[in-house]
Design a protein around this ligand. Structure first.
Ligand code: SF4
Ligand code: SF4
Length: 816
């Protein structure tokens, strides 16, 4: 509600705030003398973080000479502020030092040994700030390292660079904290600079309604000076009753506008920008003279100081240096405080420096600021709640803080607490309430930082995993591309080389082929694969019968082993009820098929077709399968070059029949032996026997056909064949010839019919054998079944051919 109306000449409405207290002001002690320069201490300690936001980053190294006003640390990020050398000198160190902070913590500082010359770096301002546009003004304010000097230290350029519409610009000259007079004396002595700074701020912020300086009514000299300086500028000076903490930003805004900044919000949210009057002076000097923020007015007060006053202090000046100049008596000082008695904090060390936000060093005696009596139990009087300017519930917050119920503290708007200490001041039980709130805030902030850290770690981990997976996928893609390229190259190399082919490609292809050949020769597996491929493509290198036999025997042996092993595994899996039974069963079936194939091949080798043997040497070689095979190959080759005579053919076929009969006998003996032994080899031998029989039949048929042809030729040539012979041998020959003649006279259809008949007979015999084997539980059943299947296939083919021959011959026969 409006409480008063007062201004230089106009009526300015102001509002009261909730709560507040009236502690002893104790301001007069430090206002007896004008501001005095504190001088240049031998060493300055400049923390890299004198503001809210990211610490500045050093631009200098130890040993560097610097000039007054030279930037020695740059802002890092938007919410940050640079640091400048307050005087000329040499950088002595960059190291952690105790800084002015309630925790008494250490932080990185630039240590500057001053040279006493106070030599400025060249610098220049502008006479008329209106000649600079807003971005340029903000840039200069930022480069001057100006941060709020009223206590918080928020970088001014950030605050002034907002985009929200502003109707009211407020300059805070309230200085409500007891003992502190830095702003008061500034108003008294530098009101023109405050107003000049206010005009720059107004130019920047462009408030749509007004610019007002708020001052408590306990500073009449300052108010008068401001009003005088503000004449004709349109800047208002609003005066209101003294009450602590009217100088809090949100409280002053409420006093001057009647509007409350929402919880968690900013003044700009309700169209207000607020700056301290000390900040206004710093901005003025930065724009007008190009001076960075390198000093400030600081009150040194308290009865423990013989000389209480305000100093113009270079930033980085150790507190001890100021105390030395103030006739400080350590024996009388109960505690050294940075700030005022309500919101200040005890300094752990007099070596800590003055920074941009240091408005007061308080050295009270025990009489002046006696230690608080021991805290008593809360009597639930509610006085704390009455004193709270933020309308919080300090008593409840106290209980939650004690029980560390931080979520409930947040629900009770703990972070709206401005730590003014009014509740503690009002508490009749002397409970240090504000200390509980500070500690709780610290805990909550720490927990939040830990959570963020953990989240970032998780994000980093996930990003790393994603990167690894991506790299693996890329690797795989590259590998595939390489393989495809290699295939394409191979295909290209395989093509005939055209005239247009690049010479280097040809050479490369030759190298590749040579490499591949070498690799195949040196690698038995590759060689085996190559043999198999060649076999399939019909390009296999000639393998001697011994090699073939040895290979096949090896193959049968190894396959038998594998089959045994597979059967054992299958049995075990079945016994255990394993889910791999099907897989093992399939493996057994596959291996059995392979074994069967190998045995068949081996059996076939045991019964090779005799194609040629025309010499006695060849006949003797029949006993040696290898020699016989060589002889056959040679004869075949020879036969390809020279036509075979009728006699040679007859002999060859007779020898072939004889040798095949021998082989059939030997194969049948082996088969019977294998059957008696009960080995699995019997299956393969049975198939071999069957094949050999087929070959024998084929050879006999060919011989019969050949002899019939010869007889027909002789008949046609008038050879004596009609005279019968008394020689039985001749008679037998004659019968055979007649039979051959009859066979030779057979048509193709009749031959096929004979073949069908023969096959049917063999099938009948095979079926009998199979039935017998089945009844005996013989292990040749499988082999006999296979053989029978083949015969049936052949019969089917022969029947098909016969039907076809009959179909095609019938019309021709009709024509004849
Ligand atoms: S003022 Fe102190 S005693 Fe009274 S309710 Fe608050 S905490 Fe309790
Ligand atoms: S310290 Fe916090 S709770 Fe206490 S009066 Fe101030 S704002 Fe209210």
């Amino acid at each position: 509600m409006p409480i008063s109306a007062d201004s230089h000449s106009d009526t300015i409405k102001v509002w009261d705030i909730h709560g507040g207290v009236h502690p002893p002001e104790n301001k007069h002690q430090s206002l007896g003398e004008p501001i005095q320069s504190a001088g240049i201490p031998p060493r300055l300690i400049l923390p890299l973080s004198q503001h809210i936001g990211a610490p500045a980053a050093p631009l200098v190294e130890v040993g560097d000479k610097v000039l007054k006003g030279q930037q020695i640390a740059e802002a890092k990020g938007l919410v940050s502020a640079p640091i400048h050398a307050p005087t000329s000198g040499v950088i002595a160190a960059i190291e952690p030092r105790v800084i002015p902070h309630p925790s008494g913590m250490s932080a990185p500082c630039i240590i500057l040994d001053t040279d006493g010359e106070d030599t400025w770096i060249p610098h220049q301002g502008v006479e008329d700030f209106r000649s600079l546009d807003k971005p340029e003004l903000l840039k200069r304010i930022r480069e001057a390292g100006i941060a709020g000097m009223g206590g918080a230290g928020f970088p001014s350029a950030v605050k002034l660079g907002g985009t929200k519409a502003i109707d009211t610009l407020i300059l805070n000259g309230t200085e409500c904290e007891p003992y502190i007079t830095a702003d008061d004396i500034l108003m008294r002595e530098r009101a023109e600079q405050i107003i000049a700074g206010a005009e720059i701020l107004r130019h920047l912020v462009a408030p749509s309604e007004r610019t007002v300086i708020g001052v408590e009514d306990n500073k009449p000299e300052g108010i008068a000076a401001l009003r005088k300086a503000a004449e004709g500028t349109g800047i208002q000076v609003a005066v209101f009753p003294t009450k602590y903490p009217s100088g809090g930003e949100k409280q002053l805004i409420e006093i001057l506008t009647g509007r409350e900044v929402p919880s968690g919000g900013l003044p700009a949210d309700i169209g207000v920008v607020c700056q301290n009057i000390g900040t206004a002076v710093a901005i003025y000097r930065a724009i007008r003279f190009g001076e960075p923020l390198i000093s400030r007015v600081t009150t040194v007060t308290g009865e423990a100081c013989g000389h209480q006053r305000n100093y113009e202090v270079l930033l980085g000046t150790p507190v001890q240096y100021l105390l030395d100049r103030s006739e400080f008596d350590a024996s009388r000082c109960i505690r050294l405080v940075m700030g005022g008695p309500m919101m200040g904090y005890t300094l752990p060390d007099t070596g800590v420096p003055i920074v941009k936000t240091s408005n007061c060093v308080l050295a009270p005696t025990v009489e002046e600021l006696p230690p608080p009596p021991p805290a008593q139990a809360c009597i639930r009087c509610g006085m704390c709640a009455e004193a709270c300017p933020v309308s919080l519930l300090p008593q409840q917050m106290y209980w939650y803080a004690r029980s560390q119920e931080y979520d409930k503290l947040e629900e009770h708007n703990l972070f709206d607490c401005i730590e003014c200490g009014a509740c503690s001041y009002a508490c009749p039980s002397h409970i240090p309430l504000v200390q509980y709130y500070r500690a709780a805030k610290g805990e909550i902030r720490q927990a939040e930082q830990d959570r963020i850290k953990a989240e970032r770690s998780k994000e980093r981990f996930e990003a790393r995993q994603a990167r690894i997976e991506k790299e693996a996928a890329e690797k795989e893609a590259k590998k595939r591309a390489r393989l495809e390229a290699a295939k394409a190259k191979q295909n290209t190399a395989a093509k005939p080389v055209s005239d247009n082919d690049n010479k280097s490609d040809i050479i490369q292809a030759a190298i590749e082929r040579s490499k591949a050949k070498k690799a195949q020769q040196s690698d038995p597996a590759t060689a085996a694969i190559e043999r198999a491929q060649a076999k399939r493509s019909g390009k296999a290198a000639e393998e001697t019968p011994q090699e073939q036999q040895a290979r096949l025997e090896k193959l049968v042996a190894s396959t038998e082993k594998r089959l045994e092993s597979a059967k054992e595994k299958l049995a075990q899996a079945e016994a255990e009820g394993s889910d791999k039974v099907e897989a093992f069963r399939s493996a057994v079936t596959t291996t059995e098929k392979k074994l069967q194939g190998a045995r068949e091949e081996l059996a076939a080798l045991d019964a090779p077709p005799a194609t040629a043997a025309s010499s006695p040497q060849d006949q003797s070689a029949e006993l040696d399968p290898a020699q016989a095979a060589i002889a056959r190959a040679q004869a075949k080759r020879a036969g390809a070059d020279a036509p075979e005579s009728d006699e040679d053919k007859t002999q060859r076929l007779q020898q072939q029949i004889a040798s095949t009969e021998k082989r059939l006998k030997a194969a049948e003996a082996r088969w019977q032996e294998a059957q008696q032994q009960g080995g699995s080899k019997a299956e393969a031998l049975a198939a071999g026997v069957e094949k050999t029989r087929e070959k024998l039949d084929a050879a006999r048929q060919e011989l019969a056909s050949h002899q019939a042809t010869l007889q027909t030729g002789r008949d046609n040539n008038g050879d004596a064949a009609d005279s019968p012979s008394d020689d039985p041998a001749q008679a037998a020959i004659a019968r055979a010839m007649a039979a051959r003649e009859a066979a030779a006279n057979l048509s193709e259809t009749d031959k096929l019919a004979q073949s069908v008949e023969s096959l049917e007979k063999r099938i009948a015999r095979s079926r009998e054998k199979l039935d017998a084997a089945r009844q005996a539980g013989d292990d040749t059943v499988d082999a006999l079944e296979t053989a029978l299947q083949k015969l049936e296939t052949k019969l089917s083919e022969a029947q098909g051919k016969l039907a076809e021959a009959k179909g095609s011959k019938t019309p021709q026969s009709q024509e004849h």
